[in-house]
Design a binder for this molecule. Structure first.
Ligand code: GDP
Length: 444
């Protein structure tokens, strides 16, 4: 994740301020050094880093913390505000009829991002269409077609077409019923003159409301030149940063944003159509600093609930508290968790859970959990409804059959039943506790 290093090192430094009510000049120096080190190693442009650290230093020393505010919170607030200021607002994208042009080098993630963005607009109730004009990269047409099918959005491309400008023109006509048009363009390995000419011609035909530059988060200082050239040719309004799920640094993308005086529009966090987030500076920085991002969390929960098709009257935690907790309940909970996305990303959004606690877990702890949830799900698919409703009746012979049917081991089936027992016991404890009101509060 972008600037991940900054998040954890900064938290470490800030934690040293815990319990202090005043902050010394040495404290500020140490914090600023830490910020500089992290940003520079994340490939953020030097002049940007200097500007940011000067601002933080000046404010931390000159501003008076409000009475009763611990030094740590005070500094955290300043760092947070300055980072939000550096990264800026999210690129404005109204939820209405519009045309978006995507530019970027080959492999940056344009085609993937086009389908992801279309999917995102469709979840907002709009009808998007992707127009694929990349005649240069073999496979771009098939990839776009397949991804837009998965996203269930309109698509236009011409596998035999040779003139991208003509494809763009035709595409806009053919997808006239859509309200959001996302035009994907060809990239090259480097910025060649013919790429620039081609995208300028497409831009003239398409007349986009917004032009977005797609950048791989791994890009370093090269981002500056690229951003400048694309900005001169088509005018960049915003940036899409892709592959943030990798070990990428992301600093180059911030430099590009600064260079083009633009902003960040979307973040790509995986290879699937749904692995996209609308960029929200506040939440993003909060997550970075381990302060959680409740906005994103709420959106993911809502999305997960829709995908899992948990109707409110079909599955209600309070009903579960009153009656029996079955394996069906557990499966639904696990599906909902899965649909929220990778666990480590979800944990980052929970205040107090990102950073601090997560940093202490071994790196692969999250993968193991995700794998286990997948295995459990496969096992439950091999159970009969009766078994899921009355797990207590599952004996040795059933365990053997379920393991065989699901291609897992008997030990794994037992593990699942053990997990179920643990959850049931927890629920029982809830049931035994205090008044209904108190229980509802806890469930929330
Ligand atoms: P294009 O040449 O700019 O159209 O790039 P593509 O959309 O074909 O993406 C290049 C590669 O990066 C593909 O293998 C994509 O699956 C992958 N990719 C794109 N976005 C992401 C992302 O956010 N995360 C990950 N892990 N992979 C991505």
């Amino acid at each position: 994740m972008v600037l991940d290093d900054l998040g954890s090192s900064l938290r470490g430094t800030l934690d040293k301020l815990r319990g202090k009510s005043r902050i010394s000049e040495e404290d500020v120096e140490e914090i600023v050094k830490e910020i500089q080190r992290s940003l520079l190693s994340a490939d953020v442009d030097v002049s940007l880093v200097m500007e940011l650290s000067d601002n933080i230093k000046q404010r931390a020393l000159e501003e008076e913390p409000p009475a009763g505010t611990p030094a740590r919170d005070f500094v955290l607030r300043i760092v947070y505000e300055e980072l939000v200021d550096l990264i800026g607002e999210s690129t404005e994208l109204p939820l209405e009829e519009q045309t978006i042009l995507l530019a970027g080098l080959q492999g940056s993630g344009k085609t993937t991002s086009a389908a992801k963005m279309a999917w995102w607009f469709s979840t907002k109730g709009l009808r998007p269409a992707v127009i694929q004009t990349d005649t240069f990269r073999p496979g771009a047409y098939d990839q776009a077609k397949e991804m837009t099918e998965r996203a269930e959005v309109d698509f236009y491309g011409d596998p035999d077409g040779e003139d991208p400008v003509e494809i763009a023109r035709q595409g806009l006509e053919e997808t006239g019923e859509a309200d959001v048009h996302i035009v994907d363009t060809a990239g090259r390995h480097a910025l060649e003159d013919d790429l620039i000419d081609e995208i300028e011609e497409i831009e003239a035909v398409v007349d986009p409301d917004t032009s977005l530059l797609v950048l791989d988060a791994a890009i370093g200082q090269g981002a500056k030149e690229q951003a400048q050239q694309f900005d001169e040719s088509v005018g960049i309004d915003g940036v899409v940063i892709t592959k943030l799920d990798g070990t990428a640094k992301g600093g180059g993308a911030l430099t590009a944003v600064d260079q083009t005086d633009s902003s960040i529009a979307f973040l790509g966090t995986g290879e699937e159509v749904q692995d996209v987030e609308r960029f929200e500076p506040d939440g993003f920085i909060s997550r970075l600093l381990g302060m959680g991002d409740l906005g994103q969390l709420a959106e993911r929960v809502e999305r997960a609930m829709q995908q899992t098709e948990i109707e409110e009257d079909d599955w209600d935690p309070e009903d579960m508290l009153k009656g029996q907790f079955t394996l069906n309940d557990m499966q639904k909970q696990m599906e909902a968790m899965n649909n929220m996305g990778p666990l480590d990303q979800v944990l980052d959004m929970i205040p107090g859970f990102g950073g601090g606690i997560k940093d202490q877990l071994p790196d692969d702890a999250m993968d193991v959990t995700q794998d286990r949830m997948h295995t459990f799900s496969v096992i439950m698919d091999s159970m009969t409804d009766a078994e899921k409703e009355y797990p207590k009746a599952i004996g040795a012979s059933q365990i053997e059959r379920i393991a065989r049917g699901s291609g897992t081991s008997e030990e794994e089936v037992r593990e699942l039943l053990q997990q179920y027992k643990m959850m049931e016991r927890t629920i029982k404890q809830f049931q035994g506790m205090g008044s209904d009101q108190e229980m509802q509060r806890m469930m929330k």
